[in-house]
Design a protein around this ligand. Structure first.
Ligand code: AMP
Length: 249
């Protein structure tokens, strides 16, 4: 079984992002970039399936600018067998990514596409679902446990108020939630070995996909600064402030 694992290069989760002065975008100049944390989890899961003999090949895919190659090398350093970069300087929106991934699925014929549940930069939570719709495949989103056996995947999903376990026929789309696993760190020897693994580069044109953005961002703004709190002497003053100042009761 081949597994395709899409990995996105995003601003590192520990960076405090800043909006550009003109409100047009988040400023990513000189900011640390990393693999989307949910994609680290999906790579880990795919690699574990290969180690368990369930999968035969793990292919990492990234869509975006030239330096996304670094993200693919990171995926290969933790066990992906090879990488594919769909290189473009165009800003990629979820539908465009889903169409690019569909073109790669048609070419590579994986039995499973294991994505992150969402990218932490624009928090869209759309690509997996859109890809399932474009392919006409079953989908199991927000996975916290995945077992593959006899052409089926049994997936425990994190839903509001608890867990739900569903079974989907392969080929299928699965998106990883936080509790699926704890990703391993890449070791230095494996980082060196990853440099020799195959990394193919294709373009959206070569895949026959139009990636022109369809959505326009009108404005980005930082959240309003929180005002300093005040101490109240007793419950009576608290009630009075809630009533007369905050006007919430
Ligand atoms: P989103 O729907 O944008 O929140 O992203 C959900 C998942 O789709 C991510 O966790 C990735 O697995 C995949 N994905 C999104 N954008 C890209 C991209 N540019 N390249 C590769 N995978 C992507």
């Amino acid at each position: 079984m081949k597994i395709l694992v899409p990995v996105k290069r995003v601003v590192d989760a520990n960076v405090r992002v800043r909006v550009k002065a003109d409100g047009s975008a988040v400023d990513i100049a000189n900011v640390k970039m990393s693999m989307n944390p949910f994609d680290e989890i999906s790579v880990e899961e795919a690699v574990r399936m290969k180690e368990a003999g369930v999968a035969t090949e793990v292919i990492a895919v990234s869509c975006g600018v030239h330096v996304c190659q670094e993200t693919l090398r990171t995926a290969m350093a933790v066990g992906a067998d090879r990488g594919v970069l769909v290189e473009t300087d165009v800003e990629l929106q979820p539908l465009a990514v889903a169409k690019l991934l569909k073109a790669l699925v048609d070419k590579e014929q994986p039995q499973l596409v294991l994505l992150g549940k969402q990218a932490i930069d624009d928090d869209a939570n759309q690509v997996g679902q859109m890809l399932a719709a474009l392919l006409g495949w079953p989908q199991a989103t927000f996975a916290s446990q995945v077992t593959v056996e006899s052409g089926k995947a049994t997936v425990t999903r994190e839903i509001d108020g608890g867990l739900e376990t569903i079974e989907v026929d392969l080929p299928a789309i699965v998106t990883a939630d936080l509790r699926l696993n704890t990703p391993r760190y890449a070791t230095l020897p494996n980082i060196m070995k990853a440099k020799k693994k195959t990394l193919d580069v294709v373009t959206p044109d070569a895949l026959g996909v139009d990636v022109t953005p369809r959505l326009t961002t009108l404005k980005l703004a930082e959240p309003a600064k929180r005002e300093a709190g005040v101490r109240v002497a007793d419950a009576a003053e608290l009630v009075s402030k809630l009533k007369n100042v905050a006007q919430v009761i």
